[in-house]
Design a protein around this ligand. Structure first.
Ligand code: ZN
Length: 421
């Protein structure tokens, strides 16, 4: 299919004016060529009357290869959770990682996620699943100190090779990751930064997720906090997309803002793990930190679903600050689309505008949940009412991957007797 015409949708453009309009979209060669009222001929026309078109959602933190852990790590203490995850993570087979990742990618596509950021080892295997599924993957090969890893060889060298091997790929964008201060010292952090600068990539990693991690660090570093420390050694920089940031102080948040660090907020995972606090989102936003939303792994958030992240995150902030006006639907949708794209340094993603990549999803407003949605209520209804089952159609890189509720390439039988460990 060379060209695709989406006819008569309510289009939530997420353009600079945040226009919501009724009209048509022409996709050609993987890009959005036209948006407006005119009717155009194409190889394939999708009738979108009764549907909302919006940019595909971007999940800015997950570990997709852990999809097989769904339901296996629930309702236990955080210590038990971490101990079991580390044990289950080591010694996996390539086919287990591939199958688990592919399943997670199908779940994301089914739920309207067209791009995701991943942090794991064996990202070369996960990249093969990206190509198979058709989703867009921003894959960060995780690094940590050599004496603490189960990876074969040096994690930094592995990351370097992965970035070189996948440097020019339509769907895979390789980068370097750092697990967190509890397993990565200054040398690893600065090595990852050097590598990211040399190869012009993102750096993705966990930061200030739990109080225990922060207190242990304080005790080992004469009272210096993790984010202060990373600033002092010169690590904080605009390439760094940090996940969680629950336990950063206002001073640390200011350091992140000043250094252009981005935050991936993972509200559902943080709450399910009983982290004990909410990432101070109003303070991040107030200090110029770009905030987007992540799901985290299927062990700590049992679904790869950014609709849940948008709604739960939004109502959590309102409740936490005793103020229903402290967030609004538009700013939350921005986090899941255009702001996420800019945190990945991808000006060609995150909105429906001519010239951008054609990553578009359609929601069905003929379902009871979204019935009566119009141009005025579309953004609110996406954030507060829609769920993953509202997603009827998904297009990534101009390719139709879900149509009228049917995920086109997915076969449940492919996964029934597969290896996942
Ligand atoms: Zn994580």
């Amino acid at each position: 299919m060379k060209s695709l015409f989406i006819h008569d949708a309510i289009i939530v453009t997420q353009n600079p004016l945040r226009e919501v309009l009724r009209g048509n979209i022409l996709v050609r060669g993987g890009k959005i060529e036209y948006i407006g009222k005119e009717h155009m001929d194409a190889d394939y026309t999708m009738e979108a009357n009764g549907k909302i078109a919006l940019p595909g959602l971007i999940n800015t933190h997950c570990h997709v290869a852990m999809t097989h852990l769904r339901g296996k790590l629930d309702d236990i203490s955080l210590e038990q959770f971490l101990e079991r995850t580390f044990r289950l993570d080591s010694g996996r087979s390539d086919s287990g990682i591939y199958n688990s990742s592919l399943l997670g990618m199908y779940e994301m596509l089914d739920s309207g996620i067209t791009s995701f950021v991943d942090l794991y080892y064996s990202e070369d295997v996960i990249a093969r699943a990206v190509r198979q599924s058709g989703i867009r993957g921003f894959l960060s090969w995780v690094t940590l100190d050599e004496d603490k890893t189960t990876q074969k060889g040096s994690p930094l060298k592995n990351a370097d090779k992965f970035i070189s091997d996948f440097a020019h790929d339509d769907l895979v964008t390789p980068s370097v990751g750092v697990q967190g201060v509890y397993v990565a010292g200054d040398e690893t952090y600065l090595g990852a930064k050097d590598l990211a600068e040399k190869k012009d990539t993102l750096i993705h990693g966990h930061l200030a997720e739990t109080r225990e991690e922060v207190y242990n660090f304080l005790n080992q570093h004469n009272g210096e906090r993790p984010t202060e420390h990373l600033d002092r050694i010169g690590f904080l920089n605009p390439r760094f997309l940090a996940a969680h940031g629950v336990w950063n102080t206002l001073h640390e948040i200011r350091l992140m803002g000043r250094n252009g660090v981005k935050l991936s907020w993972n509200p559902v995972s943080n709450a399910k793990l009983g982290i004990g606090g909410m990432a101070p989102i109003p303070e991040y936003l107030g200090n110029g930190v770009n905030v987007s939303i992540g799901s985290d792994s299927c062990g700590s958030n049992n679904s790869q679903d950014i609709f849940q992240g948008m709604k739960f995150g939004s109502v959590w902030v309102k409740s936490d600050r005793w103020n229903p006006a402290i967030t609004n639907a538009q700013s939350i949708l921005d986090m899941a689309t255009i702001n996420a794209a800019s945190s990945l340094n991808r000006a060609d993603l995150g909105s429906i505008e001519a010239g951008k990549m054609a990553d578009i999803i359609l929601l069905d407003t003929r379902t009871p949940r979204l019935m009566l949605t119009d141009e005025v209520t579309a953004v609110s209804n996406i954030v507060y009412s829609a769920d993953a089952s509202s997603v009827s159609d998904v297009i990534v890189n101009g390719k139709l991957l879900k149509e009228n509720g049917q995920l086109l390439e997915y076969r449940s039988s492919d996964f029934q007797d597969s290896e996942f460990v």
